[in-house]
Structures are given as C-alpha cells and as structure tokens.
Design a protein around this ligand. Structure first.
Ligand SMILES: NC(=O)C1=CN([C@@H]2O[C@H](COP(=O)(O)OP(=O)(O)OC[C@H]3O[C@@H](n4cnc5c(N)ncnc54)[C@H](OP(=O)(O)O)[C@@H]3O)[C@@H](O)[C@H]2O)C=CC1
Ligand SMILES: O=C(O)CCC(=O)C(=O)O
Length: 422
C-alpha cells in the first residue's frame, strides 16, 4: 500500500454547527440570549502533553476537552486522536453531542475531546503515555457525574482502559463509570463496539423502507472503514444490501456486483487498508461519494459533502455515520435534488445510547446480555427515527432541522426549568 492519506476538508465545522443551531432557534422562536448560550461551550480546557518517545527524544501535543452543555446531566462525548484536531472542530463536535444526547433522551449534556496527534506514527507504549498524561491534565473536569469520555476517531477500547486506570489510580479505587467504550473485561458493555454501526443500519433500513426500497434490491457505498464504517458495511451486507464500494484514508474499492464483506474484512485485517483488495477494482476516494447507488453512508470525517460535490450525489438516501459530513450548502442542494439526508445526531446516536447503557450497568455493577443491549438500542433508534420523521412532516422541515429543533427544545427547556435563564 503506497498511496498517501486523503487530505481532509479545510471548512470550519463550527460554522456548520452554528448555522444548524440558528435554523433550529428560528423554528422554535427562542430568544437571542438563550441562542447565544446554546452557541457557546460552557467550559473549554486546552492542555499541552509532553511525550518522552521510545528513542529518548521529546515531543509535545496539544489536547482539548470542550464541555458544551450540562443542562440535562453530565457532559458526554468521545476523544479523538488525529493530526487534524483543532479547537473549533472539538467545539462543533461537543455541540452536536448535546443535541444527540437530548434527541435520544439519554440524560447527558455534550462534550468532545481531541489530541492533535497521528496515532499511526506512535508505538502503543507512546500512545499509553500520551493518554495517561492527557487524562491527568483533564482529570479535574471529568468523572462519572461530571463528564464521561468515550472512543472516537483514532481511539479505541484500549485508550479507554488507560483513561479509566489513570482516573482510578488518582481516585484510589476503580471507577468504571468515568469512561465508556471500555473493554468488556473491565466493565464495558456487550454490544458497545458495534452499537454505532448497528444504529446506523437500523435507521438506514427504516429510511429505505420509507422510500419504498427493499434491502435485497438496494445498493450502497460506505466512506470510512473504521469502527463505524466497517460495521455499517457488514450489517448492511448481512441485511441483503449490495455494498458496492468502501473507502479509507488511502483509497476506495468497488465491485458493482457487491463486495464480499468477510473476504474484504480479512484483507483489511491483514494489510491495514481496503486498497488492493483482490475482489474489487480500485476507485478514487472522492468518486465514491458520487456513485450510482441508492444509499450513501459517509462514516469518516466532517465536511465531505459540500456545495462543490453535492450536485453530483446520485444516492437517494444519505445516512450520516460520521459527525458533520454534510455542510449546510450541501444539505440545501441535496434537498433540492430530492436526496433524503438522515442527520448525524440521529443516525450515529447508537454509540452514545449504548455508552449510556454501559454507564448504567457500571454504576449498578449488573450486566445485561448482548441481546438485551441490542433490543433496547433498536427500540431507541427506531423510536427516534419515527419521532423525527413525524415532526419533520408536521412542520415541513428537513430531517436535520427537525432533529436539531427537537433536541434544542429539550435542552432549552431543561435550562429554563433549572432557573438559570433569564
Ligand atoms: N466510534 C463511535 O462510536 C462513533 C463515531 N462517530 C463518528 O464516526 C466517524 C468515524 O469514527 P470512527 O469509525 O470511530 O473512527 P475510526 O478512527 O475508527 O475510523 C475512521 C475511518 O475513516 C477513514 N478516513 C479518515 N479520513 C478519510 C477520508 N478523507 N476519506 C475516507 N476515509 C477516511 C479512516 O481511514 P484509515 O482506516 O485509513 O485510517 C478510518 O477507516 C467520525 O465522524 C466519528 O466522530 C459517531 C458516533 C459514534
Ligand atoms: O459514546 C459516547 O459517549 C460518544 C460517542 C461519540 O463521540 C459520538 O457520538 O460522536
């Protein structure tokens, strides 16, 4: 595999998040003071993280934890390790977490964190030191009743195990509820690792059904083959959908008859990329977004569907596995072309829903079966899909504006009831 990683967008996701909030505020007729409060994070912590490398040299990274809102409960959201992390991106992601938690009615506010590091260039021992130092630096603001991190791009259950251990050592006892997405052997929940993908597919199948499309005659393309995209591609294929193309940072592959998913997964496990998969042809990563498929699942990074490429999107349905993949301009163009977009705060909420189940289980030290977790997840995802669809139809709104307005209304109501405003 020799290709260079794809460049990411230069647009500012915070502008997109604020534009979406402004639209919801207008629908709800909220006062300007409340709008300003909702547009602004409650707390931001920026830290520097020195690292002693394995070869004895020194490095330094910048990390952030942004807590957007606490009105409905402790802040909640993932930690991202990526060279593209910046404060505005983390602010946007934290705001989207607030709406996601409110929309799915899990008792949390929203937060997000990130360290500007490319984890592929560091050893496991180095990443452990970075994670422990980052956790120590943000220790005063996290905790099971304050703010509960989870995995995101570039982090995984091992990262969460190190975070939990660092927090627990400082507390003097084991505190499993400080993070979610932990290994099951340390108090993680069965079904958390696949929960975001399962939720994406639950909602995608419901949305296809609403358009009169049956899985057996449906085609799909999935951008991103990490924790979210890989499971989404697998579960779509298991449901009978022909997944024609998938991509990662290094490129994309296509087989119009449908990719052999188990064989592709074996190839990725062996080589680290979808590129050079023998059962498919190579494809340009950007071209994947414009393929002639029924369903497109962007499950990588923000800002990939823009005013530039949105006119060429041929899918009838876009289900956002990633956070913020569609800019407001692209949203308007696709709406005009009758492309139904199921927004991130609904489509990818399965992760935080099962994180909530994990936190509940950890706090009670009582474990559910995987079947229980998945049944409760599906019930929540389909309930949210029905509620958002009904609200959108009633008010003649896009699914994104409907979902955001429903969520913002819940947060605004909690904030007002607590007496903090006016
Ligand atoms: N993990 C979770 O529970 C949740 C994640 N999300 C969101 O889902 C998205 C993906 O997260 P997650 O799967 O956890 O992250 P991972 O780090 O596990 O995977 C990210 C994937 O995206 C690929 N990628 C990165 N940049 C590009 C690009 N420009 N073009 C194509 N592929 C690209 C990566 O490629 P490579 O494999 O080559 O590195 C990788 O396959 C993010 O937006 C995240 O915020 C939302 C809800 C919950
Ligand atoms: O599981 C969680 O707490 C958060 C997952 C996440 O970061 C997200 O939904 O974007």
């Amino acid at each position: 595999m020799t290709m260079a990683p794809a460049a990411t967008t230069t647009a500012n996701p915070l502008d997109d998040a604020r534009a979406q909030l402004a639209e919801a505020v207008e629908v709800l007729g909220l006062p300007e003071g409340l709008h300003r409060m909702l547009a602004t994070p409650r707390r931001e912590v920026t830290v520097s993280i020195p690292l002693r490398r394995d070869d004895g040299s020194q490095d330094l990274f910048i990390g952030h934890r942004v807590q957007h809102n606490f009105s409905r409960g402790p802040a909640k959201g993932g930690i991202r390790y990526s060279p593209h992390v910046d404060l505005d991106e983390v602010r946007a992601l934290a705001m989207w977490m607030t709406w996601k938690c409110a929309l799915l009615d899990v008792p949390y506010g929203g937060a997000k964190g990130g360290v500007r590091i490319d984890p592929r260039h560091y050893s496991s021992a180095e990443l452990e030191r970075v994670t422990r130092r980052f956790t120590s630096e943000i220790l005063p603001v996290i905790g099971p009743a304050h703010d509960i991190p989870a995995p995101d791009i570039g982090t995984d259950e091992q990262t969460m195990a190190w975070m939990m251990d660092t927090y627990s050592v400082a507390s003097g006892y084991t505190v499993p509820g400080v993070v979610t997405g932990k290994p099951v052997s340390l108090g993680g929940s069965l079904g958390r690792a696949t929960s975001t993908s399962r939720g994406v597919v639950d909602v995608a199948l419901a949305a296809l059904d609403s358009k009169g499309l049956k899985p057996a005659t449906t085609t799909a393309a999935v951008q991103g083959f990490g924790k979210v995209g890989r499971g989404a591609a697998r579960f779509l294929a298991e449901a009978g959908v022909r997944v024609r193309a998938v991509s990662d940072q290094y490129g994309a592959v296509i087989n119009t008859a449908g990719l052999d998913m188990p064989a592709l997964e074996r190839h990725v496990d062996a080589t680290g990329s979808v590129v050079d998969f023998a059962g498919a042809e190579p494809l340009d990563g950007d071209a994947l977004l414009e393929l002639d498929v029924d369903l497109l699942v962007p499950a990588a990074v923000e800002g990939v569907l823009t005013a530039e490429n949105a006119p060429r999107v041929r899918a009838r349905l876009v289900v956002e596995g990633a956070n913020g993949p569609t800019t407001p301009e692209a949203d308007a163009i696709m709406a005009g072309n009758d492309v139904l977009v199921v927004p991130d705060i609904l489509a990818n909420a399965g992760g935080v829903v099962v994180s909530y189940f994990e936190w509940v289980q950890a706090n009670q030290a009582y474990w559910w079966t995987e079947a229980e977790v998945e049944a409760r997840l599906k019930e929540r995802m389909l309930g949210a899909w029905e509620a958002v669809s009904a609200y959108a139809a009633e008010k003649e709104l896009s699914l994104r504006t409907a979902a955001t307005a429903m969520a913002v209304e819940r947060v605004a109501s909690a904030h007002t009831l607590r007496g903090l405003y006016p």
